[in-house]
Design a protein around this ligand. Structure first.
Ligand code: DAH
Length: 330
């Protein structure tokens, strides 16, 4: 008959108590658990030996062994939470978190060169009392051409230049249709500035199928060509410096009469800058205004050109490709 396990059990318990109390890590604790309670553990071996006892002996010894096992489990749990608490307070006392340190800087974007120029131009005209007006990029033939006094057979209506949409609308080829939208139903005097995208069938180093224009117009009972020249002169000095000079060349636009193209002095020569003129009586009439009582001036120019000059960008396509290596330079 096998020996009664009682002395063996208390030896195991004592040994386990000592070992668990001195276990110095959670890892060591797991190994100890295996040493006593694992498949080959000393307590497990005792439990296995119970088979050889008589039924009465087995019941008593089994209960005793279970109590030892529960005790060892409980000790292991206690030791484990003690170790974890110790580890945590050690970590808290060693690691320092300085919440006043600056965080990692998030990359910050900036306005596109064209937007920078656009905002600068608009705020200049706002100081002259202009209001900002806006219009859609998809326009009617009437607003883009008809109301602006373009004859039916004007070459600008040609498919070569204009993107026509299937429903009879078109992509506006200039910002001038906003003149029509703004003047209809409004009582002069008024002055507006418009910026926006326009579209033409064109592609080379200085032309792109989409570009930006700025357009201004001013209507009142006694608005003159002299007002137009003074306004454009102030605008040129704002953009190109106090020394900037303007040159007007007689020109033709359907929507102005008289019309001029203007050049601005730049480096050693002249830079073609835009178009202007006195708003044609037909245009005023198309907007319900009386050309005998009101007159006005208008001007328009590409905005991208000014951005290219200001930032020294040689090719307009660089402006719109969205290549960060280019855009990040401004
Ligand atoms: N709309 C013209 C264009 O796209 C530019 C222009 C010329 C606008 C003369 C005007 C103007 O308002 O008076 O080429």
């Amino acid at each position: 008959m096998a020996p009664a396990p009682a002395p063996q059990l208390s030896a195991i318990l004592r040994e386990a108590e000592a070992a668990l109390a001195s276990a110095s890590s959670v890892q060591a604790l797991a190994e100890l658990r295996a040493r006593f309670l694992g498949k080959q553990g000393s307590l497990t071996r005792v439990l296995r030996g119970l088979r050889e006892l008589t039924a009465t002996e087995r019941a008593a010894a089994g209960q005793a062994a279970n109590r030892v096992r529960d005790r060892i489990e409980a000790l292991a749990r206690e030791r484990r939470s003690a170790l974890q608490a110790e580890g945590q307070s050690r970590a808290l006392s060693q690691q320092r978190l300085d919440v006043t340190l600056p965080g990692a800087a998030a990359p910050r974007g900036h306005l596109h060169p064209v937007s920078q120029v656009e905002r600068d131009m608009c705020s200049f005209f706002q100081t002259l009392g202009y209001s900002i007006e806006d219009g859609p990029e998809v326009e009617t033939d009437w607003n883009n051409f008809g109301a602006l006094n373009f004859p039916e057979d004007h070459p600008a209506r040609d498919l070569q230049d204009t993107f026509f949409l299937e429903d009879g609308h078109l992509l506006r080829t200039h910002t001038s249709p906003v003149q029509i939208r703004a003047m209809c139903g409004r009582e002069p005097p008024f002055r507006f500035i418009v910026t926006g995208r326009v579209f033409r069938h064109d592609l080379d180093p200085t032309h792109y199928p989409m570009f930006h224009q700025i357009e201004g117009f001013c209507v009142g009972p006694d608005v003159s060509f002299g007002d137009l020249k003074g306004t454009l002169h102030a605008f040129a000095r704002h953009l190109f410096g106090a020394e900037a000079k303007l040159r007007f060349r007689a020109h033709y636009f359907p929507f102005t009469e008289p019309s001029a193209e203007m050049d601005v002095s730049w480096e050693d020569g002249w830079l073609e800058w835009g178009g202007c003129g006195m708003i044609h009586p037909n245009v005023l009439r198309n907007c319900g205004l009386d050309p005998e009582a009101q007159q006005g001036f208008a001007f328009g120019m590409a905005l991208d050109r000014a951005a290219m000059i200001r930032f020294g960008i040689p090719n307009i396509q660089l402006l719109f490709e969205g290549d960060l290596r280019v855009v990040e330079q401004f």
